[in-house]
Ligand binder design. Structure first.
Ligand code: MLT
Length: 408
């Protein structure tokens, strides 16, 4: 008899963003004459930068000729891209990361979901609340949690991110082995300073723990004093893995490219305490289960690092940050407390006592604006909604006019 992985029964009915998409589709079917404005899922709306398009075309043209055609590429990514990433994103910022510590992939969602495969099943995991659902759900699927009770899975250490602690997770009081951190944060938009991150690096070093650091939104950081990578913190190379994405940086949500940094100095431990190279484990996993990102996509990604590519990507992010500023201004004028949106595309809004799904329904039904209900990110998210700056300026402006008309 073929039996199911019953850990899946512990999961919530459907993935948060699929659930929202269904509700929006229902609304749209019942109200076809009202165009809905989507500020829910963080999906980019503007075209790929011209430099990226040229890189893409060049890659496709090479595939069209026998002499330059490529079959299977290296599972870890082509050297031309790994070298650019290492030099630009890390070495230029004083972080000593080499190209062979970078694993190019089809995105940070897959990598941050897959990485837990490398760990034993009885480790103690600390996860922020609210949190990007992928970290938690993939550990549930793997059987590392107990049942879901009162909005929480058993066997998980939740780090509550509340207004009182500026939405920054605090060190757990019990010893943990694996820590998920994300800055700029999804969903709250909060950021962490170097000294705040150092506390985590020191903790991981003292406790032989590992940090999985999601930096998918680092390109939105405009405050130059803030770190963009955990490797800007001394000692992090031994205790942290970093996930990066071109989705929000360069408009790649549909193109798919990201990467994960696994430093060679990073170890996990056997049950008898011997060091095992995490780099070797991930390399083994990727070469078994992954066949690399397509050549044209890697050529397109390489173009992000050209001079024109950098200027165009900055312009793209500035555009979304301007949207974020418009959202923040409107929300503040309506008297809602909020964080994020300055070094992040997300604005986390206190619903003034409303339940987040009620607030979601209110905005959808009355203003035809889609947000993400904070409760979908965890129990601590219940009083909040998240608005995303990923849409056109015209749509964001119109959405804010509608919200203002409904809520003032
Ligand atoms: C989000 O809206 O939180 C993101 O788009 C999710 C993702 O990047 O997978």
């Amino acid at each position: 008899m073929i039996r199911a992985n019953e850990n899946y029964n512990k999961l919530q009915a459907s993935y948060l963003f699929s659930d929202i998409a269904k509700r929006v589709e229902n609304f749209q079917q019942q109200n076809p004459e009202i165009p809905v404005i989507r500020l829910g899922i963080g999906d980019v709306t503007r075209a790929l930068p011209q430099a990226v398009i040229k890189g893409f075309h060049d890659g496709v043209d090479e595939m069209a000729v026998d002499a330059t055609f490529r079959g299977y590429g290296p599972e870890q990514g082509y050297a031309f891209l790994r070298e650019k990433i290492a030099a630009h994103d890390f070495q230029a910022r004083g972080a000593d990361i080499s190209p062979d510590e970078i694993f190019v992939s089809d995105g940070a969602k897959c990598d941050s979901g897959n990485f837990q495969e490398l760990f034993a099943n009885d480790i103690k995991i600390a996860i922020p609340d609210p949190v990007y659902p992928v970290y938690l759900d993939t550990n549930v699927m793997a059987g590392r949690t107990g049942e879901f009770k009162n909005g929480r899975y058993e066997n998980i250490v939740y780090m509550e991110c509340l207004k009182e602690n500026d939405f920054l997770p605090e060190l757990p009081t019990e010893k943990v082995d694996l820590i998920y951190l994300c800055f700029p944060n999804n969903p709250t938009g909060s950021t962490a300073t170097k000294s705040q991150l150092k506390v985590w690096v020191d903790y991981a070093r003292e406790n032989r723990a590992l940090i999985l650091f999601d930096a998918a939104y680092e390109a939105f950081i405009r405050d130059e004093t803030l770190p963009r990578s955990i490797y800007e913190i001394e000692g992090a190379k031994e205790v942290a893995v970093e996930f990066r994405s071109f989705s929000k940086t360069a408009g790649f949500t549909g193109t798919r490219c990201g990467f994960t940094v696994v430093p060679k100095a990073c170890s996990v431990f056997s049950s008898t305490g011997e060091k095992i190279s995490l780099h070797s484990l991930w390399n083994r996993r990727q070469s078994t289960k992954f066949n690399g990102v397509s050549y044209p996509v890697q050529k397109a990604t390489e173009a992000v690092y050209s001079e024109e590519g950098q200027a165009q990507v900055k312009e793209l992010i500035d555009y979304y940050l301007n949207n974020a500023a418009i959202i923040r201004k409107t929300i503040a004028s309506l008297g809602f407390d909020h964080v994020g949106g300055d070094n992040s595309p997300y604005i986390w809004i206190d619903g003034n006592g409303r339940d987040s799904w009620d607030f979601f329904d209110l905005l959808l039904n009355k203003a035809s604006v889609v947000c993400t209900p904070g409760g979908g990110f965890g129990r601590c998210g219940n009083p909040y909604i998240r608005l995303s700056a990923f849409n056109s300026l015209e749509n964001v402006t119109l959405a804010m006019e509608r919200v203002k008309a409904e809520l003032k």
